[in-house]
Design a binder for this molecule. Structure first.
Ligand code: AMP
Length: 310
């Protein structure tokens, strides 16, 4: 199967209580691609400027990500984002967003990218997400991510995009902003009224919930010793989640979705242990499997009999 991802390719600057980086490879489409590359052939679509060079391509090629549809805008500068995390690593403040080549981005998909079986619409302008969705007529599973900005300023366009996808991936504060609902399942089901049959609600360091019209499934975050930099955790989760579904032929049955939650969780947990793409770029399949198995061990229990008092 082929997975196409459309989204930001970036240089990020971050500061966290564990240090910082002035300029590191990032962007939603990059984090997603590296994570999803463990499952299938990934084609990444997004714009870069003259400052994006061999070193950055080498990271993607190191995981065999197909970069043919990365659009090099001559004379342009790559999207730049900077943020700071405080003691509570669940919240971050954006310091700067320089859209640069992203400002006029109009996704141009090659025929191979249009022919993908599985598509991830990373966080970009909802109109562009819908445009890409329409170009990928053959896709059997399409997932979409978004952010507070689009919920605030382009909600109708976002609803139009959501109504054309199979799965929406948002964090809990975005679900609340979108629906006014504080409760995860109730909020997710409100969003699913627009069409999708599944929703993933990311809960930061508390894990993630999968919600379908008549069921739900919960995974904690994999417990790691140190969270150095959470940037890209959500997109790494999405890469593992969507990648796992692609590896199952685009089958979005509840059993596959649950397994996909575990793979997303495992890869995201590696992502946060170092800055940017540093850890996932040298991750191995065996390491992913190790954490998926450990996650299963620490979340399952026997229903032994307990004599409860009246
Ligand atoms: P995550 O931590 O999973 O939410 O993803 C963080 C990544 O999203 C960073 O690598 C940023 O480059 C990228 N990013 C931040 N702001 C935006 C934005 N407005 N549009 C697209 N991508 C963004």
């Amino acid at each position: 199967m082929t997975v196409t991802v459309v989204g930001s390719i970036a240089f990020d600057a971050v500061q966290t209580p564990h240090g910082g980086r002035e300029r590191m490879l990032g962007g939603a489409a990059v984090h997603f691609s590296l994570a999803a590359s463990f499952f299938d052939e990934i084609r990444v679509v997004g714009p870069v400027g003259d400052d994006f060079g061999d070193e950055e391509y080498a990271v993607l090629h190191g995981r065999r990500v197909n970069t043919d549809d990365i659009e090099h805008v001559t004379g342009g500068k790559t999207f730049f984002w900077s943020g700071v995390y405080h003691e509570n690593m669940n919240a971050r403040d954006t310091l700067e967003t320089e859209l640069n080549v992203f400002e006029t981005f109009d996704p141009k998909l090659s025929q191979q990218s249009k022919d993908a079986d599985v598509v991830f619409l990373a966080n970009i302008l909802p109109e562009l997400q819908l445009n890409v969705r329409k170009q990928c007529e053959r896709a059997t599973f399409v997932a979409l991510d978004s952010m507070d900005l689009w919920i605030n300023i382009a909600k109708d366009a976002l609803i139009a995009a959501i109504s054309e996808v199979d799965c929406v991936i948002l964090n809990d504060s975005e679900v609340e902003l979108f629906t006014g609902e504080r409760e995860v399942v109730a909020g997710a089901r409100k969003i699913m009224q627009h069409g999708p049959q599944a929703m993933v609600v990311k809960l930061g360091k508390y894990g993630a919930a999968l919600v379908t019209p008549d069921d739900s499934f919960w995974v904690p975050a994999f417990p790691v010793d140190v969270v150095a930099d959470p940037t890209g955790a959500g997109d790494s989760f999405a890469g593992g989640f969507v990648g796992c579904i692609a590896a199952h032929g685009g089958d979005a049955s509840f059993d596959v979705l649950k397994l996909a939650m575990a793979y997303g969780t495992a890869i995201a947990s590696y992502n946060v242990e170092e800055f940017g793409t540093e850890r996932v770029a040298r991750l191995t399949g065996a390491e992913i499997v190790e954490r998926v198995e450990e996650l299963q061990r620490i979340t399952s229990f026997e229903t032994l009999e307990v004599a409860l008092k009246a």
